[in-house]
Ligand binder design. Structure first.
Ligand code: OXD
Ligand code: MN
Length: 588
């Protein structure tokens, strides 16, 4: 493989001088070279092969115990002007960031190999696609990037002699929190990640490029980079197909929703998956929003994934998959994987995510709550035939959602685009194990992009408003909450496959066919507007699920005001107007 791009060669040279590796290896994406990388990873001890009869081509990796999730506190947007990063991103000046972490990169690959990974986010030849080159000293990164991106020769071809690319540099360093930095330089199209080995911090094509850097590019270039799943639904009666994108915070069920199987009592739709985490969206010539999934694989949360909750995800992971921080079984079978919520018998003897012997009597969990599988999207039984369409798929609806025990009803529709943008901007969710820090704390996570927006969020809201104004047929916007709880703390809605009933109402609203009642927060279905055939749910629970309690919503207003108030002059007047209008409706 030969890189002919002069800028790329110069930059690689410069980084080699900085990191001083003993050897530089170019990753060409070939099966032979990948097999060699796997063997090398096994030989150095960073990966283990799993039982080839049960999980052919699958590998296991354990991260350092202090390196199991994204570290948002150590993630920075490094723009020349602080205000360009906005009030809720961590900011560092490029000078300081390059100097501080540059000193740590200096000589950090002595005695090691630097792997050069050219990769494409998106489909080769698509207008949507972006090229990156990641330099890393980690075979775990190489092997994961081979699943999550289109890597090697294909990317070199796309790059050509003078194409642009994102410069991505990663070194494991000493894995200390003191030195760990995930740095984004959007003005230089550059990402630096130091002293971590956790996927979300080091697979630089994913969160760092496809969300933080891409959101910045999207703002300049007039498109959108969003933390959204994309799914397709075919109405089996009419044969009509629809696509929906959904923004949910990390570990709130995007992968499950993207792959859901409707219950047998409600067989009206067939679901197909286009993507489970990221959507790049452009306005087409027809005025609709067209979305692509820029990724090539799924980096999904393992715990809770079972043949009941998400058979398609589980089946996707049966071969060629990398498991991180799950339990490896020892007895009665050697070399299988297990995690909490898999809904199969645990091994009588296993090795936990910390590498310790584990049995079902062990006090601690065997798998880390943020343990992961990295699996090729093409192995998903319900992958959409259009998932690699270079044009993307046209969106009928956009969903926002999070974990809310109280407050938000099961589903409601915004009055219009700007109101929908306001719903996204004021979205709340309980935090999960996908990032370090307390779990279960309610925080505002606008469009599920709080940890991923590469610039000022006030400007980002403005970009949403503008995109809606530009599109002749923008998608309808809905808010969903699968996680509403009763007074005993039990979930009121069955979720999973039954969420298809909510998607059905959404599609019928888009078609102008389903009823709803107008409330202060938006259009909410009446119980009879939902298709609940064969679902055992009592009227009282349903009423509670669809209830809009004005007093509860009024109590939300101060939090919304405080949150939006932070943005000062960049908060669009349209969003302020939506806040005022909500207050007025609630006080009526
Ligand atoms: C993810 C995340 O891994 O959002 O997708 O943390
Ligand atoms: Mn995510």
């Amino acid at each position: 493989m030969e890189i002919k791009n002069k800028k790329a060669l110069e930059w690689i040279d410069e980084m080699v001088k900085l990191c001083e590796p003993d050897k530089v290896v170019f990753c060409d994406g070939s099966a032979e070279q990948n097999k060699q990388f796997e063997d090398d990873a096994v030989a150095e001890g960073s990966m283990e092969r799993l039982n080839p009869d049960l999980l052919p081509g699958c590998l296991l990796h354990r991260t350092d115990p202090n390196d199991v999730a994204r570290t948002e506190k150590l993630t920075f947007i490094c723009t020349k002007k602080k205000e360009d990063a906005g009030p809720i991103n961590n900011w560092m000046s490029p000078e300081e960031a390059y100097a501080e972490t540059g000193a740590n990169f200096k000589g950090s690959m002595k005695g090691k190999t630097m792997y050069v990974i050219p990769f494409i986010m998106g489909v080769k030849g698509s207008d949507f696609a972006k090229v990156g080159i990641e330099l890393t000293d980690s075979l775990y990164v190489v092997l994961n990037m081979n699943i999550m991106t289109k890597m090697g020769q294909v990317a070199v071809d796309q790059l050509g002699e003078d194409g642009e690319f994102t410069k991505c540099l990663h070194a494991r360093g000493d894995l200390s929190m003191e030195k760990r930095r995930i740095l984004h330089f959007p003005e230089d199209n550059t990402i630096w990640s130091f002293a971590s080995g956790y996927g979300g911090n080091v697979l630089l094509g994913k969160k760092c490029l496809a969300l933080r850097i891409a959101s910045w590019m999207a703002k300049q270039e007039g498109w959108m980079a969003e933390h959204m799943l994309i799914l397709g639904l075919t109405n089996k009666k009419t044969g009509k197909k629809y696509y929906i994108a959904g923004a949910f915070p990390s570990a709130c069920g995007k992968t499950n929703l993207a792959m859901l199987i409707p219950p047998k009592e409600f067989p009206d739709y067939e679901i197909e998956t286009v993507g489970d985490d990221i959507a790049w969206i452009r306005i087409g010539d027809d005025g609709r929003f067209w979305a692509v999934n820029p990724e090539n694989g799924f980096f999904g949360v393992a715990p809770g994934t079972s043949m009941k909750s998400n058979p398609n995800a589980l089946l996707t992971t049966k071969k060629n998959t990398i498991f991180t921080n799950v339990v490896k079984t020892v007895e009665p079978v050697e070399g299988n994987v297990w995690w909490e919520g898999m809904k199969v018998d645990p091994p009588t003897k296993g090795i936990d995510w910390l590498g310790r012997e584990w049995t079902p009597d062990s006090e601690e969990k065997g798998a880390h709550p943020n343990s992961r599988f990295t699996a090729p999207a093409c192995q998903c039984p319900c992958i959409s035939p259009n998932w690699e369409d270079p044009q993307g798929v046209p969106l009928s609806a956009i969903l926002f959602g999070g974990r809310r025990a109280k407050t938000a009803p099961l589903v409601f529709q915004s009055f219009d685009w700007n109101h929908g943008t306001f719903l996204g901007a004021t979205m709340c969710s309980e935090t999960t194990a996908a990032a370090t820090g307390a779990v279960g704390v309610v925080r505002r996570d606008p469009m599920a992009m709080r940890p991923f927006c590469g610039y000022d969020m006030g400007e980002y809201f403005g970009h949403w408003i503008e995109m809606g104004a530009k599109a002749k047929k923008a998608p309808k916007i809905f808010h969903v909450n699968w996680f509403k709880q009763d007074e005993n703390g039990d979930f009121m809605w069955p979720g999973y496959g039954d969420n298809a009933r909510v998607l059905d109402w959404i599609i019928r609203r888009c078609e102008g066919e389903a009823g709803a009642k107008e409330t202060a927060i938006g259009y909410v279905p009446n119980p009879e507007d939902l298709n609940l055939n064969g679902l055992d749910i009592d009227a009282k629970t349903l009423d509670a699920l669809l209830e809009v309690d004005k007093e509860v919503w009024k109590a939300e207003l101060p939090g919304m005001k405080e949150f939006l108030g932070q943005f000062g002059s960049t908060l669009p007047a349209e969003i302020q107007a939506q806040l005022d209008a909500l207050e007025e409706r609630l006080n009526k």
